[in-house]
Design a protein around this ligand. Structure first.
Ligand code: ZN
Length: 168
């Protein structure tokens, strides 16, 4: 991608955009490279986290043009994200791209419910062949007494999530 397509995003601009979408709690990571913003889903242990490096070291951004904005679904009991959408590049209209990703996770969060079999919380995974995303029980991968509880996600949303969730 040609370098001149990238734009500079200030922390103030980034914060204003996210605050407008209901995000709060700005946290600087311990290595002081990134700013994280979280939006907690009321009455649940889930939250949406958006982060990027902003105004690090007197306004210089790390790897100008290479650095990106991440948008993830988190759960209180897991240090790793449950779902990590593709990076948003810092190009013109980044707000539209990032806003679309936040919308996807918010729509997903509207379907949060406990496991139908055991009542535990659930996590999104890719379905067979990676085609769609669905909810499975947090206890699915337990060695002793794994739970097979599943909840399906509305088809169009499940497809979009799978498309925007890079395979690791
Ligand atoms: Zn379960």
């Amino acid at each position: 991608m040609p370098k001149n397509l990238y734009v500079f995003i200030s922390l103030q601009e980034f914060e204003a955009f996210l605050t407008g979408k209901g995000f709060s709690r700005r946290v600087r990571t311990p290595d002081a490279r990134e700013w994280k913003f979280a939006k907690f889903i009321d009455g649940t242990e889930y939250g949406i986290v958006v982060y990027s490096s902003m105004d690090v070291q007197d306004g210089h951004q790390r790897g100008y043009g290479k650095d990106a904005i991440r948008c993830q679904l988190h759960h209180h009991y897991d240090t790793d994200p449950l779902l990590d959408l593709s990076a948003t590049r810092r190009i013109r209209n980044w707000q539209v791209t990032l806003g679309g990703k936040i919308d996807l996770l918010e729509r997903l969060c509207q379907s949060i419910q406990a496991c139908p079999m055991c009542g535990a919380d659930m996590r999104p995974i890719r379905g067979q062949f990676g085609k769609k995303v669905l909810w499975v029980c947090f206890r699915r991968f337990e060695k002793l007494a794994p739970c097979k509880g599943v909840r399906y996600i509305e088809s169009e949303l499940a497809d979009k999530l799978a498309d925007d969730w890079p395979r690791s």
